[in-house]
Design a protein around this ligand. Structure first.
Ligand code: KIV
Length: 263
């Protein structure tokens, strides 16, 4: 997958799949799947570090996860999130933040919202850094959005998101994540753009879908938003695996002869 495949997929009406990934072992598994691309999301702050939101993600954290994913991901296309405030400083610092993520192994960066970001996006794209946009629920702005809430429900807010989507396309984004917005709005945006939309909590009419790895595998039992579908009962399976190990240790059933070295 490269940025042209994103456009071509949209043109051909072929849906795009994206999964978050934060570490080498998971990247090795995902590299063997048919998933199209990996997102080193700033959700790493929550899934990997236990913070309650993504505001805790730092550039250092994102580079650390990006380089681990790069080492395991084979030829999968990797997009890394620019974390909270890393693209809202001076022009030089914003550019340096994107540069650090690309040098850590990302092929593209993602940043949230349109207002105040379009000049930077143009500059990054002209400098050879593909940019994915992100509209709707944008957790880095959660204190301005009133928390984890569906966006674009009022006519005014829906109109703003539509205009933002056009602005991001115009600025040069190669694709756009739409998070937690009504199905109809996501469909209207998707048909109005030439770049593909990738939805999460945005219904079935986007050009692709993204889920958090831990959510789709059922590893996260603390929080299950309406839009998450768990495809495996991972939490119970991992727990059973570890409990079986403990039982085998207690009963003397492990290690067996095949696990032992002899003279
Ligand atoms: O950080 C993340 O996991 C994301 C997805 C919700 C798209 O941005």
């Amino acid at each position: 997958m490269n940025i042209f495949d994103f456009y071509n997929r949209k043109k051909a009406g072929e849906r795009i799949s994206m999964v978050t990934c934060y570490d080498y072992t998971s990247a090795r598994i995902l590299a063997q799947t048919s998933v199209d691309c990996l997102l080193v999301g700033d959700s790493a702050a929550m899934t990997m570090h236990g913070y309650k939101d993504t505001i805790a993600a730092t550039l250092e954290m994102m580079c650390f996860h990006t380089s681990a994913v790069r080492r395991g991901a084979g030829d999968k296309f990797i997009i890394s999130d620019m974390p909270f405030m890393s693209y809202r400083k001076s022009r030089n610092k914003n550019i340096a933040a994107a540069e650090a993520l690309i040098q850590a192994g990302a092929h593209a960066v993602k940043l949230e919202s349109a207002a105040g970001n379009t000049k930077l996006i143009k500059h990054l794209v002209e400098s050879g850094i593909p940019v994915m946009g992100h509209l709707g629920l944008t957790l880095q702005l959660m204190n301005m959005q009133g928390g984890f809430k569906v966006q674009g429900k009022s006519e005014e807010s829906a109109e703003r998101i539509k205009q933002d989507a056009l602005q991001l396309q115009e600025a040069g984004c190669f694709a756009l994540v739409l998070e937690c917005i009504p199905v109809e709005l996501a469909q209207q945006i998707t048909t109005s753009l030439t770049i593909p939309t990738i939805g999460i909590g945005a219904g079935p009419h986007t050009d692709g879908q993204v889920l958090v790895f831990q959510d789709l595998l059922g590893l996260n039992i603390d929080f299950k938003p309406k839009f998450v579908k768990t495809f495996v009962n991972g939490f119970d399976q991992v727990k059973q695996g570890v409990d079986s190990f403990v039982d085998a240790v207690k009963s003397g059933g492990f290690p067996e002869d095949e696990h032992c070295y002899r003279n």
